[in-house]
Each structure stands twice: as C-alpha cells, then as structure tokens.
Ligand binder design. Structure first.
Ligand code: HPA
Length: 275
C-alpha cells in the first residue's frame, strides 16, 4: 500500500482528495468531463486492472464545484476472479490519501416494481449476499476495528444531502435496499422472487464490499444505484449487458447532474438528520 500511495502522491503533488467517487457500469463519463490528472491503473504499483467492457481503468483527480475529488473510472469485481482484498484495495488507498466521503455508484436491476429502468435509487442499506466478507483475515487495527458496527453504513447525513439535491434539481429518486450477489450470471426469476422476500429493492454485483471496508475505516458512504433493468422475470425480455449499458446511458444525464449537486452540498452544515 505504501508503494501505491507514494506513486499516486508523486503524480498528484499537493492535491488532497476529500471526496472519492466510484463510477459504475456506463457511468464513467463524469471522469472524462472533469479530469485534471489521470492515472491509468496499470501504471500504479500494486494496483489491480479492470477487465469489464464499459469499464475503463483510470484514477482521475479533479476539482469540481470547489471540492477536491478522486474518481475511480472502473472498479474491481469479485466475479472477475479478484480476491475480496483486491476488490477493496482501492478503497483503502483512498483512506490513505485522506478521503473522508465516498460516493459508490453502480448499475443495478430493479426488484421493487416501483424501480423502473433508468431511475436512480439512493441506497439506504444493503444485504451482503456474496457469501463472503472483505474483512475476513487478520485485522489491520490501524484502519479499523475487528468487529465494526454496521448500523449506519450509508450515512444519514449524506443521504439527506442526496435527497435535498435531487429535490432541488427536480430529479426523481427512490430509496431502497441494495443486495449484492457475486454474479457474473444474472439472477433467475426464482432467485429474484427470493431476493424480494429477503427485503431487497435492487440487485447488483458490486458496492457492498467497498461499502463495508469504507465504513470500517470511518469513511462516510453514499450509495447510488442506477436502475438499468427490471430484474429477471419482472420485465418483458431477457437480460443483456448491452441493455444495462443502454439504460445507464439514459440515466446518465440525471446521474451526473445529481452527483455534481451533491458534491456542491457535501459539507453543508445544519442539516437535520433523517429519522
Ligand atoms: N442483476 C444483477 N446485477 C445487475 C443487474 C441485474 O439485473 N442489472 C445491472 N446489474
């Protein structure tokens, strides 16, 4: 980790990122539009490489709306064969760079019938259904405690800022529970029925490991799902990655506007917490 951090610091000089954004499938464009410094993952010592179509592999630094931002254009998934340690490695690096808030974004399937394709969902909580946990192993006490509290993984304060920002821009957003499965196969209709019974509103293959690790290290987390399709059995057609990317394309405009507004408001004080 020291080698990774040292290299990144050499590239960014005195730029100290306060907010990190992990850009999910089809949502990477923000990092093309706002890019002061770009580092390709493959140039960073000990950094993994992303292998999914629609995901690029860059760490992008930019000042946006007066805030210093680091964006991950492309993330690492468990289904790629990476270890959980690798999937969450960049999040630990963010902490070492001084990041205090992280916005995790993803493409997800809508399980709740209220979640139509191309809508946005603010994640209020998650269900880890990946069958493993990124904190398994010897605990690094310098980063977080052995048995971290998980009662507010998705910061109430950041969620409130997200809702207020969406309201201001008149962007409709839903709120719900995200459930993560390993993938890479999409769910069967029977599995989707089961996930609904378990209390999930949207399903995807990422975000949860990163959220667990960020929460463990005391980084405030906001999660935004871009609902790209109705989960299997709920829509009219079968699922394809192309369909997911097309819906992300449609939701992208609102997604970008919302994220920019959230960035602007992120240190706003005197916001009463949600109940
Ligand atoms: N299931 C799981 N992951 C997804 C989906 C889905 O329907 N859509 C986008 N990512």
């Amino acid at each position: 980790m020291n080698k990774t951090v040292e290299y990144i610091k050499e590239q960014i000089g005195d730029f100290k990122p306060e907010i990190a954004i992990v850009l999910g499938s089809g949502l990477g464009e923000l990092a093309d539009e706002y890019c002061d410094i770009k580092i390709n993952y493959k140039d960073i010592p000990n950094f993994p490489e992303s292998t999914v179509k629609g995901h690029q592999g860059n760490l992008v630094f930019s000042e946006i709306n007066g805030k210093k931002i680091v964006m991950m254009q492309g993330r690492f998934h468990f289904y790629e064969g990476h270890k959980m340690e690798t999937v969450t490695y960049p999040i630990k690096i963010m902490k070492k760079l001084g990041v205090e808030n992280i916005i995790l974004t993803n493409a997800a399937g809508g399980i709740n019938p209220f979640l139509k394709p191309s809508s946005l969902m603010i994640i209020k909580d998650h269900i880890n259904f990946m069958g493993t946990n990124p904190l398994i192993g010897v605990n690094d006490d310098s980063l977080g405690e052995r048995f971290p509290d998980m009662s507010e993984v998705y910061s109430k304060k950041l969620r409130k800022i997200a809702y207020t920002s969406a309201e201001k821009l008149e962007i409709p957003v839903e709120r719900g529970v995200y459930i993560a499965l390993t993938g890479p196969s999409y769910e069967t209709p029977a599995e989707v029925n089961m996930l609904r019974l378990l209390g999930a509103d949207a399903v995807g293959m990422s975000t949860v490991p990163e959220a667990i690790v960020a929460n463990w290290m005391g980084i405030k987390v906001l999660g935004i799902s871009c609902i790209c399709n109705s989960a299997a059995g709920l829509g009219t057609i079968g699922l394809s990655h192309k369909e997911v990317l097309q819906a992300a394309e449609k939701a992208k405009v609102n997604f970008k506007r919302l994220v920019l507004e959230i960035i602007k408001n992120i240190y706003q004080i005197n916001i009463p917490p949600l109940n």
